[in-house]
Design a protein around this ligand. Structure first.
Ligand code: SF4
Length: 550
């Protein structure tokens, strides 16, 4: 008689993740190959010397759909292609011969002169388009490749750049729009942002990362730091004073994750070195085999924050970091809309376009209005708003009137204040549904439907974010009502544009992702009805002081 033997399965060999530090230097996919073949930053010279003269048809496809991004350039979606066809077409069938162009404004910081120039460029080269993105950038559309050398020249003469505005690189650094002037900030992070930009943006050592890398450095928790690849958040250390708490691995889209605290406190002048150490870990240990696993959050999830900190200290900094406390968290997200006193006794005035949509004409108008009010500084916010700084009390009302006349409300309804939207089907090649116009229509609709609630003093802030596809450019998972664009079936059985709903996400005190409710899919036409129902139910059933995200 034979006794059964226990079957032991051979341990499965884990396939490599393409980590350079483990010896995987040979490219494992076409994106990695493209970056190895030629440093993407070299594409600028080809645009200036070749493509600006040959025009769109002369552009090498590898540059067009790959390396152009390192200078903020993407082809925009060919008009007239329905959302349902997005996934079925080849990239070249979706490409228009015009471009979207993103201009970096790190910390959202601009002088009125720079803002005026951004408006002028929009007017001259971008059919007067301009969107304020939720990463404090300006995004143009309808750009032609022939105009890029002049656009770059004019931007650079004014101290602006499009370098690494997109691509697998360190993208624009988010910073508090009221850095240096807010009464309640712990510390002004601007010197660290400026120094990182000076040392590392455009540096070859960081121009080939596994994927995009998003940074936030702020003395106030007002820039969605929880969902950044790395974030430095102002905190007071009981012994060492003001500095920054370090977070890594936050991110949205697929497998969303709230960033993990390393438990380390970093003083202002050490932020650039620690930042460079963290980016170097991502460059060397980040996963390069599969694009969808190439964000730093996957490495942080596998390692955990303790091991991440150990590697940072031992292999990259050569010293230990100081342990530090957790930053304070605001009850509600801070958006800086309205009139607020600065610490120097002047005022800042925050205004809301709808879902970040402005125009070149509007930007020039804001620059002039700010200057008339005695200001030379304007900021974009991560909530797609803008803020004019340094306004004397006597100039505030005049400025508010001028901003209002430009369509920028300083006292918006809660719906207008809380709505954000990504680019959507109008220009984005990945989009399935329309977003910007729909956001505007929704705001107009809610202002009528919910007029009785608009004036209620105790109405908690409510965020409604619209995405045109499953990516999360408008941070749907952290909104009270997150709307993810997809094709849905309407009551008559037709396939129409609509949204999968995520409810109850939030940042700050309630940082967490909204619940995806399987049955909650709404058509675009039903959106107003749906939001009204959700808001009225919440108002009727909430307990005292309850926030939406609870
Ligand atoms: Fe485009 Fe999708 Fe991002 Fe919207 S969420 S901008 S549709 S990729």
């Amino acid at each position: 008689m034979t006794t059964p033997t226990k079957r032991t399965s051979k341990p499965r060999r884990r396939r490599g993740e393409g980590q350079w530090a483990l010896g995987y230097r040979e490219p494992l996919n076409k994106n990695e190959q493209s970056k190895k073949d030629d440093n993407p930053l070299n594409v600028r010279a080809r645009i200036e010397n070749i493509y600006a003269h040959t025009g769109f048809d002369g552009i090498d496809p590898g540059d067009l759909r790959g390396r152009f991004r390192w200078y903020g350039l993407y082809t925009q979606r060919k008009p007239g292609i329905e959302g349902g066809k997005t996934a079925t077409l080849e990239p070249e069938e979706l490409d228009d011969s015009y471009f979207m162009l993103r201009v970096r404004s790190d910390g959202g910081a601009l002088t009125t002169e720079q803002l005026h120039l951004l408006g002028e460029l929009s007017h001259t080269y971008a059919r007067d388009t301009a969107d304020i993105t939720d990463r404090q950038n300006i995004q143009y559309h309808w750009i032609q490749i022939e105009d890029m050398p002049t656009i770059w020249q004019r931007l650079e003469d004014a101290g602006l750049t499009t370098m690494e505005a997109c691509g697998d690189s360190p993208r624009v650094i988010l910073g508090s729009p009221v850095a240096g002037i807010a009464k309640d900030e712990v510390i002004d992070g601007t010197p660290a942002i400026d120094e990182i930009k000076r040392r590392y943006i455009g540096a070859p050592e960081f121009s080939n990362l596994p994927r995009k890398f998003k940074t936030a450095i702020t003395g106030l928790p007002d820039v969605a730091h929880e969902v950044h690849d790395v974030a430095f958040v102002g905190v007071n250390h009981p012994e060492h004073g003001p500095g920054f708490d370090v977070w890594v691995g936050g991110g949205l889209s697929t497998n969303p994750m709230i960033g993990k605290r390393l438990g380390a406190w970093v003083p202002l002048d050490e932020v650039p070195d620690v930042w460079a150490g963290i980016v170097s870990i991502f460059r060397d240990y980040g996963y390069r085999r599969l694009r969808h696993r190439a964000r730093i959050k996957f490495l942080v999830k596998d390692w955990g924050p303790e091991r991440f900190r150990e590697v940072l200290e031992n292999e990259y900094l050569g010293r230990e970091l100081i342990d530090g406390p957790e930053p304070e968290v605001p009850e509600h997200p801070i958006d800086h809309v309205g009139v607020h006193e600065q610490k120097d006794g002047q005022y800042y005035v925050g205004a809301a376009p709808v879902a970040g949509r402005v125009s070149g004409t509007t930007l020039m108008g804001v620059a002039k209005a700010a200057e008339r009010a005695g200001s030379t500084r304007v900021r974009f916010t991560p909530q797609q708003k803008l803020v004019v700084l340094d306004v004397a009390e006597s100039e505030v009302e005049g400025l508010r009137g001028e901003l209002d006349a430009l369509g920028l409300s300083t006292e918006p309804s809660p719906w207008r204040r809380g709505v954000m939207a990504c680019t959507g089907i109008e220009f984005c090649k990945l989009a399935i549904v329309e977003t910007k116009q729909r956001a505007k229509d929704l705001v107009d609709d809610l202002e009528k439907r919910l007029a009785d609630l608009t004036a209620a003093a105790d109405l908690p802030p409510l965020s409604i974010h619209l995405n045109g596809c499953p990516n999360s450019c408008a941070r749907i998972q952290t909104a009270d009502i997150g709307l993810k664009g997809q094709i849905v079936t309407d009551a008559d059985g037709n396939q129409v544009e609509g949204f999968q709903v995520h409810l109850g996400g939030g940042l700050g005190l309630d940082a967490g992702f909204g619940r995806k409710l399987r049955g909650h899919k709404v058509t675009g036409a039903e959106l107003g009805d749906y939001v009204e129902r959700v808001v009225r139910n919440f108002i009727d059933q909430r307990t005292d002081g309850e926030r939406f995200a609870q």
